[in-house]
Design a protein around this ligand. Structure first.
Ligand code: PMP
Length: 383
């Protein structure tokens, strides 16, 4: 049996979330924007309940939640949606990091081809970027700083709290891609200061295909994001389209569960990590951990078995476990991880890096068994 160790790509849906969704699919089929009958009113009340659950997890007002199809769309909307405002206000300078998800990097690249200037900060070998470097790059025409909370490949937590504190009183907008931290770093997210934040349900045991762009009000006004799609006035007119009620209800339930269970889940994930680190140090194989573990989330380990190609190792262990060597969005064609490259790791270390990510729901003895097979495969591949 192969066990799934790629939760950062997508976490399995919680059965309690699925139950809520099945009920909506079976019994509540109205359009949440229909005003003329009770069916629409019922689905509207379902979406508003879920909006409250998302808002309550994140610690914001209900009307600051804009439902989207996931974090790719949220990132695109946050960045491309500011184009119009940037052009009008003549603020066309953007700062981001070289380790962002492609949904940020490709969106800012598009703006850079259309008259905007984009500057990138690199992390150091720890996998963290330096908040002071960002502060030193700010200019009067800086429109946006976009930095992720937790990196999807290394699990390293970025200094978004410090950046947010600095930008709090500035005109520069701050966007955080919190896809990998939402539902995990609950208290931390509640304390952040930001204008825009992207989240996704399927990284926190909710359904794939739904997420949100959080738009914080400043002096009662929403951030100046223009829609990037047209065709309806839903979601403050920022994100038109019929709301996918069952997906949204599932997202809300996943937020509710995360709020109640995150501490316990984090503790369980940390135990799994400690077990893996202990097994590694007793394994006798050559390995390097990528990213400073003092700043790493509890469910992710990026490790290089130096001298063993990650592609060969994944093939050799496929029957025991599913891991990855980069983000799922870029793993169709293998190319060097842009995250590990930005950390200036050696080519050999990058080529041998694998990402293992797990959840609290996993049976630790099965993880242990799979990892023993992995270490055996590493030893065989050395020979
Ligand atoms: N940002 C980060 C940091 C991610 O890890 C992902 C998913 N790999 C995304 C954005 C895109 O999220 P979604 O799958 O919801 O489009």
């Amino acid at each position: 049996m192969s066990i799934y160790l790629d939760y950062n790509a997508s976490a399995p849906i919680d059965s309690r979330v699925l139950e809520v969704m099945v009920d909506v699919y079976q019994n509540h089929f109205g359009n949440a924007d229909s005003r003329t009958h009770d069916f629409g009113e019922k689905t509207r009340s379902i979406t508003e309940k879920a909006r409250g659950q998302v808002a309550s997890l994140i610690g914001i007002r209900n009307d600051e939640v804009v439902f989207t199809s996931g974090a790719t769309e949220s990132n695109n909307l946050a960045i491309l949606g500011l184009r119009h405002y940037g052009e009008l206000s003549k603020r066309k300078h953007i700062i981001t990091s070289s380790i962002e998800h492609k949904a940020v990097l490709e969106a800012v690249d598009y703006l850079s081809q259309n008259g905007f200037e984009v500057e990138y900060v690199d992390p150091d070998v720890s996998g963290r970027i330096d908040s002071q470097q960002i502060v030193s790059m700010l200019r009067p025409d800086t429109l946006l700083v976009s930095i992720m909370h937790v990196n999807n490949e290394t699990g390293i937590i970025q200094p978004v709290k410090e950046i947010g504190e600095f930008l709090k009183s500035s005109e520069t907008l701050f966007h955080i891609d919190a896809t990998q931290s939402c539902g995990k770093l609950i208290e931390e997210i509640r304390e952040l200061s930001y204008d825009l934040m992207s989240v996704s349900a399927h990284k926190m045991h909710g359904p794939q295909g739904v997420g949100a762009l959080i738009m914080r009000r400043k002096r009662y006004k929403l951030p100046p994001v223009s829609p990037i799609m047209f065709g309806g006035g839903q979601e403050h007119g920022v994100r038109p389209g019929t709301l996918p009620v069952a997906l949204i209800a599932g997202f809300g339930k996943a937020c509710d569960l995360a709020k109640m269970e995150a501490d316990e889940n984090n503790a369980k994930c940390q135990k799994t990590k400690e077990m893996l680190l202990c097994m590694l140090s007793n394994s006798g194989v050559n390995y390097e951990i990528n990213g400073d573990q003092n700043y790493c989330v509890s469910n992710t380990l990026n490790v290089s078995f130096v001298g063993v190609s990650s592609e060969a190792l994944m093939l050799a262990t496929k029957q025991y476990c599913g891991v990855s060597n980069g983000s799922a969005c870029t793993s169709k064609n293998y190319s060097h991880s842009h995250v590990l490259s930005a950390m200036h790791l050696s080519d050999e270390r990058i080529e041998s890096a694998i990402r293992i990510s797990w959840g609290a729901d996993m049976n630790r003895s099965l993880v242990k068994e799979a990892f023993i097979h992995m270490v055996d495969s590493v030893k065989q591949l050395y020979n």
